[in-house]
Design a protein around this ligand. Structure first.
Ligand code: PHE
Length: 456
């Protein structure tokens, strides 16, 4: 079975600053009343979390933390003059050029203010993600409780938006994933979902010139089988036209967004998503490096059925990560910069015309500081996501990267060993050895407390 790469973009980060070193009292970590109990060695959640003025009961699935919760509502893409705001405006501008002659209005509606708190039904079931799929696990998502999580992708809103009557839209917002730590991944980032549906008339009449006699053509046929090129039920001519529309929309979009970068090449890579078939990733090559920009495909017909449509529509969908594109567009070297309040960064993006093209100038480069942490654990090894969370919780934005560099099992004493490399680096100053040692010790201490490991 091909397991989708969870979805494709990976993010990273974390941090609830603990007042550590005390050993017996519970440490109050934050404004959400999430506490750490060093005796039970666990995080204790209140019975209810109040988020966006609504109470959510917590349970054994709850794994959010203060740092993550504090991002809700920040909506960087709506903050005037933020690079993600400019990119959002550029997406808006590009998609508003498509006009619907029948409705006398822009074809695409743009929705950028939906709450990131969604149900598992929205995030997974509604778009056909199987019940045992790896992308549902606790180690990949931020759950508020068993049925509620911070959306892992904007695809969570596809069905609701189609049900509300839209047949072409963008949905832009913050998404949350637990993942590796490095300069291009952060546990909160932003996505733009795009969807366009077509009726038989729109698809075939719009392409009359290519197809000649459009009257015989149908989206659905009685004997169509699922294969690599299409879903069961879909005719190949319908799929090919939708594929062409999707690929043209996207290639034209990137020609508009990145006219000055030296895009040498671009390519469509076959992939799989539970909610599209066939599916592709779009990659571009810049200076000899390939960058994955988005995932997309022909929407699974079952998703349209879940949205209340009958067999009279077919559609495409894509999901792109805003940070990655903004990093390429403006030459921003580190994803943490999107969250900085440093005026040295933000002032470079103060301009009224969002199509204005600039290259970010690093204020200065501060040195990295590398510390390894090796530990013995029992027969079960630590889930790296749990370790990343802990490190971010303590080190905050001073953590640039965390890499699992070694892991082995010692059959003699039946213990696992793991070694993580933690790379510290500040965005705005040189860190002292002393300061880093303190944080590193703190991480060791909490690691012992939380996972019961022995530091080697
Ligand atoms: N939701 C997918 C992700 O986050 C992207 C995607 C959207 C793929 C729509 C196909 C269609 O990785």
């Amino acid at each position: 079975m091909i397991i989708l790469k969870r979805f494709y973009f990976r993010p990273i980060f974390y941090h609830y600053r603990t007042n550590t070193t005390t050993t017996t009292t519970k440490t109050k970590l934050n404004t959400f009343n999430i506490e750490y109990d060093p005796i039970k060695q666990s995080i204790i959640y209140p019975q209810e979390l109040n988020l966006n003025n609504k109470n959510y009961s917590t349970d054994s699935w709850t794994n959010v933390n203060e740092n993550i919760l504090s991002r809700i509502g920040l909506n960087l893409h709506q903050q005037k003059n933020h690079p993600l705001y400019h990119l959002t405006n550029r997406l808006r501008k590009y998609f508003y050029q498509f006009y619907d002659q029948k409705k006398l209005s822009p074809k695409f509606s743009i929705i950028d203010n939906l709450s990131p708190i969604v149900t598992t039904e929205q995030n997974f079931d509604s778009i056909c993600i199987p019940i045992n799929h790896v992308s549902r696990t606790k180690s990949m998502n931020y759950y508020i409780n068993q049925n509620t999580l911070l959306r892992a992708h904007t695809s969570a809103h596809q069905v609701d938006l189609i049900r509300s009557g839209l047949n072409a839209f963008l949905c832009i917002g913050d998404v949350y994933r637990r993942d590796d730590i490095d300069p291009t991944h952060y546990p909160v980032f932003h996505q733009c979902e795009g969807v366009q549906l077509f009726t038989k008339e729109e698809l075939f009449i719009g392409n009359k010139n290519v197809l000649g006699d459009k009257d015989n053509l149908e989206i659905f046929g009685p004997n169509e089988q699922r294969d690599a090129t299409k879903q069961e039920g879909h005719t190949l001519e319908a799929v090919k036209l939708v594929e062409a529309s999707l690929k043209k929309t996207i290639t034209d979009l990137f020609k508009t967004l990145l006219p000055n970068t030296s895009i040498l090449n671009s390519r469509w890579v076959d992939t799989t998503f539970p909610f599209t078939h066939p599916s592709w990733e779009y990659e571009i090559e810049i200076d000899g490096k390939w960058y994955e920009l988005l995932g997309c495909g022909i929407m699974e017909h079952r998703v349209l059925e879940n949205s209340g449509l009958n067999k009279d529509h077919i559609g495409w969908a894509f999901g792109l990560g805003l940070e990655r594109i903004a990093m390429i567009m403006y030459g921003i070297p580190d994803i943490r910069l999107f969250w900085t309040n440093d005026s040295g960064f933000l002032s470079q993006f103060v301009f009224d015309d969002s199509t204005h093209s600039i290259q970010y100038k690093p204020i200065s480069i501060y040195p990295q500081c590398i510390n390894d942490l090796s530990m013995w654990m029992g027969k079960t090894k630590i889930d790296p996501s749990d370790f990343y969370d802990l490190v971010r919780a303590i080190g905050g934005d001073l953590i640039e990267q965390v890499i699992l560099i070694d892991e082995f099992y010692n059959p003699k004493n039946q213990r696992y060993s793991q070694t993580y490399r933690i790379i510290y680096r500040s965005m705005d100053r040189t860190l002292t050895k002393n300061e880093i040692n303190m944080i590193h010790k703190d991480i060791e201490y909490h690691c012992k407390q939380q996972f019961g490991v022995e530091i080697r």
